[in-house]
Design a protein around this ligand. Structure first.
Ligand code: CTP
Ligand code: MG
Length: 563
């Protein structure tokens, strides 16, 4: 794959490479090359990717429109104010249509902002500063715009994959490796999904900028670590760092302080204020919940325009550095992300993971289990280096200290990694998935802990049933919540999976061959079989049968006024 990429880079066609990768943001980021600098770098750093995404969000807006057909008029209208780089269309679950417009520069987008109008002169509403807008129907006679040949960059860009067609295509693959790659390509968070997550972060930043100096709101977790699927939740962190520049003693004009008064921890009070602002000043933020007595205070909310469930916390930079570490390890080898996505999907299908918090394993420790497996020195060699080897190679520029003086220093520039740290293992995805299950089917969970720092099983420091060392805070176990029963279930499910996959590697073996049998929801398996056998007429709708949500009717308050 890197040969194809290099050829396309040499021809200046990295966009074709992105297309080739089915829009999957993560894979293209790992191999993306900075052609403009003239140096074909194999790896972009995490900071470079984040900076690109943040800049992209600053020059973008999201506009609610009547339908996909509004594109031409919206394009004509916006191009009057600024150069448009591209327009992406999507629908939310309320069937409302939106266009994400990227302008060519932040300056450019300011011109568009200056042209915005507010809803009404109404005290209940009060105009707000936000990149989420709507496109009003033209008053009176329709305006005419210059003819253009522009087309939508994306149509229906965040639609989740149709499960029935996914399963049908998985059945038609030739090998399990192909199935794993297909599952990854179809379900991984795409470019528009990433853009929208940065837009929500930007929207909150816009509201808070005038209240806090040097504020930043950044996505972290699966939205950016390269393992997130379409529709994954959005974890956000709010930081208010005093930069080195700001703290120079030569700067003699200093802001007057404002101390948070009252008994409560100051940041719990600030987060209380942020929650109020989400309710009052952030368009689209709904169902705001305050969880402020936790060690890390969190404000949860739903973002209506993007369909995102969001968790906003304060100053949790270790979460961001952890995402960086996961992103980096995922970018080192093209097999890491597809394999992890398959394992995450299998764990969800078996009910080992669950969207609600509890006594079971979650996606983050599960991902560490996959990374740890890939560090094992088998007869084929390892796939990933240990974290210890990245820490050893860190330079001055890699020093990061997170909250509570947590040292999060490790080598950031993967281009500096010596050849002996790269994988010599050439096993395909099918082999790796089977080996993953076999490895954990034999793992001594009773005595041993999993540590991606060491890359080998280490002695458990206590009797917690499942022990996975927190890579950035090694005295902690990231799976300390997992009960004995859940750990036993994990052990039994990996044994079952190893057996099932081994027995079903051949596509002639029937309906549930390879990955299909592993990732089908146990509850829907029978129904899916009926559907695939062409019996769909016997069912009303699989979705209806399993829909236990009491979703209200889509809110349509603006629709009538939209163009
Ligand atoms: N995290 C951490 N230490 C923990 C738990 C979480 O540093 N003990 C960080 C990780 O960077 C993790 C992020 O917080 O990726 C978000 O946690 P969570 O939402 O639980 O996991 P995700 O990776 O986002 O997976 P999911 O798609 O299930 O949300
Ligand atoms: Mg998350």
């Amino acid at each position: 794959m890197s040969v194809i990429f290099q050829t396309l880079v040499n021809k200046g066609k990295t966009h074709l490479f992105k297309k080739l990768l089915n829009g999957s943001q993560s894979t293209c980021e790992c191999l993306y090359s900075r052609k403009s600098s003239g140096i074909a770098k194999k790896f972009l750093s995490f900071d470079e990717v984040v900076a690109q995404r943040r800049a992209e969000a600053k020059r973008s807006i999201v506009v609610q429109v009547n339908s996909e057909a509004s594109f031409s008029e919206l394009y004509g209208y916006c191009s009057k104010y600024a150069d448009v780089n591209g327009i992406h269309h999507y629908k939310n679950t309320a069937e409302e249509h939106f266009m994400l417009i990227e302008f060519s520069s932040e300056e450019n987008s300011k011109a568009a902002f200056q042209s915005c109008s507010s809803h009404q002169k109404d005290l209940d509403i009060m105009a707000l500063n936000s990149p989420f807008l709507w496109f009003r129907a033209a008053a009176g006679k329709k305006e005419t715009y210059a003819a253009h040949s522009a087309t939508l960059a994306t149509v229906n860009g965040i639609e989740c994959v149709d499960e029935d067609s996914l399963f049908k295509d998985l059945m038609n693959c030739e090998t399990v490796s192909e199935q794993i790659q297909l599952l990854y390509d179809r379900t991984i968070l795409n470019d528009l999904g990433a853009r929208l997550r940065y837009m929500v972060a930007r929207q909150i930043e816009c509201v808070l900028e005038s209240l806090y100096a040097n504020i930043a709101v950044r996505p972290f977790g699966s939205s950016i670590n390269g393992f997130g699927k379409m529709g994954c939740d959005l974890d956000l962190v709010l930081t208010n760092t005093v930069t080195e520049e700001m703290s120079q003693p030569g700067r003699r004009l200093v802001y007057q302080d404002k101390r948070a008064e009252g008994g409560r921890a100051p940041w719990a009070r600030h987060m209380q204020c942020v929650a109020e602002l989400l309710e009052l000043r952030v368009a689209g933020a709904r169902r705001v919940q305050r969880i402020l007595n936790a060690r890390v205070p969190i404000v949860k909310f739903a973002h209506h325009y993007t369909d995102l469930e969001c968790d906003l916390c304060y100053n949790n930079m270790s979460g961001v550095y952890m995402s960086e570490l996961l992103w980096q390890l995922g970018s080192l080898d093209a097999r890491v992300r597809p394999l992890t996505v398959a394992v995450r999907r299998w764990a969800s299908a078996t009910g080992l993971t669950n969207p609600h918090p509890g006594r079971w394993i979650t996606n983050f420790p599960l991902t560490l289990m996959v990374l740890f497996f890939l560090q094992q020195k088998t007869t084929d060699g390892f796939v990933l280096p240990t974290l210890k080897s990245l820490v050893r190679r860190a330079g001055k520029e890699d020093v990061r200290v997170a909250e509570e003086n947590l040292n999060c220093t490790f080598l950031r520039d993967m281009n500096k990694l010596p050849p002996e740290c790269y994988s010599q293992n050439e096993a395909n995805l099918q082999t790796l998935l089977l080996q993953f299950f076999e490895f954990y089917a034999q793992f001594d969970f009773q005595e041993k802990a999993i540590s991606i720092n060491e890359g080998i099983p280490i002695r458990k420091p206590n009797a917690q049933p499942l022990y996975i060392v927190n890579p950035l805070e090694q005295a902690l176990n990231v799976s300390r919540n997992v009960s004995f029963e859940e750990c036993e279930r994990l052990k039994s499910e990996v044994r079952n999976a190893a057996w099932q996959l081994d027995a079903g590697l051949d596509r002639q073996k029937g309906d549930d061959w390879g990955l299909v049998g592993l990732i089908e929801q146990k509850t829907t398996r029978g129904l899916k079989k009926l559907l695939r056998a062409g019996n769909s007429h016997r069912l009303v709708s699989v979705k209806d049968l399993f829909n236990d949500s009491d979703e209200s009717e889509p809110q349509d308050n603006l629709r009538s006024k939209l163009e």
